[in-house]
Design a protein around this ligand. Structure first.
Ligand code: NAP
Ligand code: GLV
Length: 309
């Protein structure tokens, strides 16, 4: 019997480290970087593969995406019978919680203002603000959103969350479905976006929805750039309805040099770094799942192709 074949097709310049790690974790397998015309593999480890890869590898049993978001993959023609498996935390949720809490607290405690003052040699105080005036709303209560909501609740912010199906999360007021979206928004001042990008959620952060946030709202987008209508955000910042935004993801990445987000005084830009794929954790998770699938066992993190996440 031939050994199990695993093909790796990703844009990571350090692909050799993925190959070495997978070979060490699965010594029984034949792990190779994909090349056009390669023999059919049983499992694939991918990030942003070309369509040619998928067309050639129609017999895959599973495609492991080395990220949490599968939006780019879902736009391609996938092998019809392959399971699509996303990274299931693998060290991302704690990073996302750190990042979101930092962004919320930086805004709430006016640390940006203190940084500006100190840079000018000013020893000034601002009046402490009340947490009750800063309800935080988390869009998406999945692997990352739930962890972020719980981390913010631990800092005693009033926290609310919105998801497609109903959830119960300790310390979080939960809303579900389009029928409760406006109520969720109306009680939110700081919005953290952790939705997957799907046809239903594309452009969801627009003039109408962001306009429903409480006055002085703040937007933290750590999900995907195409959730946000860029011009609508700028208009609401310039009108004063929104106080600011922390943006980690963009429609075009890297963010083009001429994009107004770079220079807007109320926007903080970071380069898609809020929750990085951690190679060792990811390899251990994927290797464990490949072994489970080979034993005929179910695995967590399987994408529902109809829902798109
Ligand atoms: P997840 O576990 O799939 O959770 C998605 C959540 O969104 C679920 O609660 C889901 O509701 C909800 N949702 C989906 N469609 C909805 C809709 N139409 N209306 C209302 N709620 C909806 O995803 P995750 O692991 O938390 O990751 C979320 C996203 O974060 C990823 O897709 C990716 O784009 C982004 N991300 C960004 C970075 C970064 O560095 N910036 C890193 C990792 C991930 P149900 O619970 O009812 O299904
Ligand atoms: C990063 O953005 C991911 O989806 O893992």
């Amino acid at each position: 019997m031939r050994p199990m074949r695993i093909t790796v097709c990703c844009t990571d310049t350090k692909i050799q480290r993925w190959l070495d790690g997978l070979r060490a974790a699965l010594p029984e397998a034949d792990v190779q970087e994909w090349r056009p015309g390669a023999a059919p593999a049983d499992h694939a480890v991918v990030w942003a593969p070309p369509q040619q890869f998928l067309d050639e590898q129609q017999g895959l049993r599973a495609l492991f995406n080395i990220g949490a978001g599968v939006d780019a993959l879902m736009k391609l023609r996938l092998p019809p019978d392959a399971l699509v498996v996303r990274l299931d935390d693998a060290g991302m949720s704690v990073q996302m919680a750190e990042f979101a809490c930092h962004a919320v607290i930086r805004h709430f405690r006016e640390l940006d203002g203190y940084e500006r003052d100190v840079a000018q040699g000013k020893w000034t105080f601002r009046k402490p603000r009340s947490r009750a005036d800063f309800p935080v709303g988390v869009l998406g209560l999945g692997v990352l959103g739930r962890r972020v909501a719980q981390a913010l609740a631990a800092f005693e912010f009033p926290v609310r969350g919105w998801s497609r199906s109903a959830h119960a999360v300790a310390g979080v007021e939960c809303f579900a479905g389009s029928g409760q979206f406006d109520d969720f928004l109306a009680g939110t001042r700081v919005l953290v976006n952790l939705l997957p990008l799907t046809p239903e959620t594309e452009n969801i952060l627009d003039r109408r929805t962001l306009g429903r946030l409480r006055p002085g709202g703040y937007v933290i987008n750590v999900a995907r750039g195409a959730h946000l209508v860029d011009a609508d955000l700028i208009a609401l910042l310039d009108s004063g309805h929104l106080a600011g935004a922390a943006l980690d993801v963009f429609r075009t990445e890297p963010l083009p040099a001429e994009h107004p987000f770079w220079r807007h005084p109320k926007i903080v830009v970071t380069p898609h770094t809020s929750a990085r794929t951690l190679r060792d954790e990811s390899i251990a998770q994927i290797a464990g799942k490949i072994r489970a699938l080979e034993r005929g066992e179910p695995v967590a993190g399987v994408v529902d192709r109809k829902k798109g996440y």
